[in-house]
Design a protein around this ligand. Structure first.
Ligand SMILES: NC(=O)c1ccc[n+]([C@@H]2O[C@H](COP(=O)([O-])OP(=O)(O)OC[C@H]3O[C@@H](n4cnc5c(N)ncnc54)[C@H](O)[C@@H]3O)[C@@H](O)[C@H]2O)c1
Length: 425
C-alpha cells in the first residue's frame, strides 16, 4: 500500500527497520570514496537541480548512496526495485525515514506489485530515468507513451538492459537518449567481473554452505560476469567447465585453464551450475534429465529466464519443497535437483550484491553520466551512447587515488616516441 508522509509517497516493508538500514548505508559509504567526492561536489554545484529522477535499481545499501548523491545534486528522486528479490527492506526503510527519498519496493514482492511499484516511479513524471535492466524505459514506452517526451535522457546499468535499448533504438522506438553505463570500462571490467564473481560465490555459499573445493562447477557464459565467477570458483578449488556459444570466448576460457564443454556434456558432469549469459533456457529439460542427484543450480544473469524453470517444475510434478532458506529441492523421482533463489540473480537474492568498493565505480559512472546527460541531452540523438571516455578515466583516477596509488606518467622522450612513426628497427 502506498503511504504519503512528509510530502513523499512510499511503499516499503517496515519503517521500523530504518535504523539498521542507516547503519548499513553508512558502512557501505566508507567503501565508496569516489561517490563521496562526487556527492560533495554535487552539493555545491547542484548539477541536477530541478530534475526528477525515476530510478529502477536494486534497492541495496550502495544504491542508497547513489540516491543520496543525486539528491545532493538537487534532484528529486523516486526509487523502485529492478528485481523482486533484491530489495534490502532495511535500506528501503532508511531511505524513506532518514533521507526523505520516495521508495516503492518490498523484498519478495509478486509480479503485480513489482509493476505497481514501477508505475509509482513513473507517476512521478521523471525527467531522467536510471534503469537496471530497462524495465522502466520499457514501461514508459509501451504503457505511458505520452510521458516519453517529458524525459530528457536516461542511463542504463547492465548488459541485458543495454541489449534491450539497442533493440529499441534499432526499431526506431527509443524516445530519448540513453547512456549505457555498463559500457564504461570502470563499470564492466570491475563490477561485472570482480563484483559478480565474488558476490555470486557469496550467494551460493550463504544459500548452501557447499564446499566448492573438489566440486565440478559449470559456468554458462564466459562474458565479463562468467569469467569473474569462473575465476572465483577455481580460486576456491572448484574444477571449472565453461559452456559458451561464442568461439573466441570459448577459446579464452580454454586458455585461461578451464574445461570447455557443451551444455549437454556438462549436464552429467557438474555438481554446481551457474548461468551468466543474458540468454534464455540455457539449461533445460534434456539437461535436467541427465544431471546428477544433488546437483545445485543458480543464475547470475539479469533475468530468471536462463534456467527453464517451467520444465523443471513440470518434471517435478509438484514435488518441490524449500529445504533451506533460498534453496528449493525439485524431486524428479530418483534424484533431487536444487535451485537457489528461484533462479533470480543469486548474488543479490541470496547475498548482498556486489561489494560497495566496486559499486563505488559503477555508481560514480551513473552520477557523472546523469550530470552529463542533463548538460548535453539537447545535442544527443535518441539512441544509446557510451559513457564519455573522460568520465571513465576520471573514475579510474579517483579510485586509484582513494587506494593511495600513484601512477607514472610518460617522460617527454617516451611521449614523443609513441607518437612518432619514424622510429623503427
Ligand atoms: N548478477 C549481477 O549482479 C550482474 C552484474 C552484471 C551483469 N549481470 C548480467 O549478467 C549477464 C551477463 O553479463 P555480461 O556482462 O557477462 O555479458 P557478456 O555479453 O559479456 O557475456 C555473455 C556471454 O554469454 C554467452 N552466451 C550467450 N548465450 C549463451 C548460451 N546459450 N550458452 C552459453 N553461453 C551463452 C555469450 O556468448 C557471451 O560470451 C547479463 O544478463 C547481465 O545483465 C548481472
Amino acid at each position: 500500500m502506498t503511504v504519503t508522509r512528509a510530502g513523499i509517497d512510499y511503499d516499503v516493508a517496515n519503517l521500523d527497520l530504518a535504523a539498521e538500514g542507516v547503519r548499513r548505508i553508512e558502512w557501505a559509504e566508507r567503501e565508496m570514496p569516489v561517490l563521496r567526492i562526487i556527492r560533495e561536489r554535487f552539493a555545491t554545484e547542484q548539477p541536477l537541480k530541478g530534475m526528477r529522477v525515476g530510478a529502477c535499481l536494486h534497492v541495496t545499501s550502495e544504491t542508497a548512496n547513489l540516491m543520496r548523491t543525486l539528491q545532493a545534486g538537487g534532484a528529486d528522486v523516486v526509487l523502485g526495485a529492478s528485481n523482486p528479490l533484491s530489495t534490502q527492506d532495511d535500506v528501503a526503510a532508511a531511505l524513506v525515514n532518514e533521507y526523505g527519498i520516495a521508495v516503492h519496493a518490498r523484498r519478495g514482492e509478486d509480479r503485480d506489485t513489482y509493476y505497481r511499484h514501477l508505475n509509482a516511479v513513473a507517476d512521478s513524471h521523471p525527467t531522467l530515468t536510471m534503469d537496471d535492466g530497462c524495465d522502466l524505459v520499457s514501461l514508459l514506452h509501451q504503457d505511458r507513451a505520452e510521458q516519453v517526451e517529458e524525459v530528457l535522457a536516461g542511463t542504463e546499468e547492465t548488459t541485458t538492459g543495454v541489449i534491450r535499448l539497442r533493440a529499441m533504438a534499432a526499431d526506431g522506438a527509443l524516445g530519448y537518449p540513453v547512456i549505457a553505463v555498463n559500457e564504461a570500462l570502470t563499470k564492466h571490467l570491475f563490477d561485472n567481473r570482480y563484483g559478480t564473481g565474488q558476490s555470486t560465490l557469496d550467494g551460493v555459499l550463504r544459500a548452501t554452505n557447499l564446499l566448492i573445493a573438489g566440486r565440478n562447477v559449470v559456468v554458462a557464459g564466459y562474458g565479463w560476469v562468467g569469467r569473474g565467477i569462473a575465476s572465483r570458483m577455481a580460486g576456491h578449488g572448484g574444477h571449472v567447465a565453461v559452456v559458451e556459444v561464442d568461439p573466441i570466448r570459448a577459446l579464452e576460457a580454454l586458455m585461461d585453464g578451464y574445461l570447455v564443454m557443451t551444455a549437454g556434456e556438462a549436464a552429467g558432469w557438474g555438481d554446481l551450475f551457474i548461468t551468466a549469459t543474458g540468454n534464455v533456457n540455457v539449461f533445460r529439460r534434456e539437461h535436467f534429465a541427465s544431471m546428477k542427484d544433488g546437483a545445485v543450480m543458480a543464475n547470475s544473469g539479469h533475468f530468471d529466464a536462463e534456467l527453464d524453470l517451467a520444465s523443471l517444475r513440470d518434471m517435478a510434478e509438484g514435488h518441490v519443497r524449500e529445504v533451506r532458506e533460498n534453496v528449493q529441492e525439485f524431486d524428479l523421482g530418483g534424484k533431487r535437483l536444487h535451485l537457489i533463489a528461484e533462479g533470480r540473480l543469486v548474488n543479490l537474492s541470496a547475498a548482498e550484491g556486489h561489494p560497495a568498493a566496486v559499486m563505488d565505480m559503477s555508481f560514480a559512472n551513473q552520477a557523472l553520466a546523469a550530470e552529463y546527460a542533463v548538460k548535453h541531452h539537447a545535442e544527443l540523438e535518441h539512441r544509446v551512447y557510451g559513457v564519455p571516455p573522460a568520465i571513465d578515466a576520471e573514475v579510474a583516477r579517483l579510485k586509484l587515488a582513494a587506494f593511495g596509488i600513484h601512477l607514472d606518467s610518460m617522460t617527454a622522450e617516451q611521449a614523443e616516441y609513441v607518437a612518432s612513426w619514424k622510429h623503427g628497427t
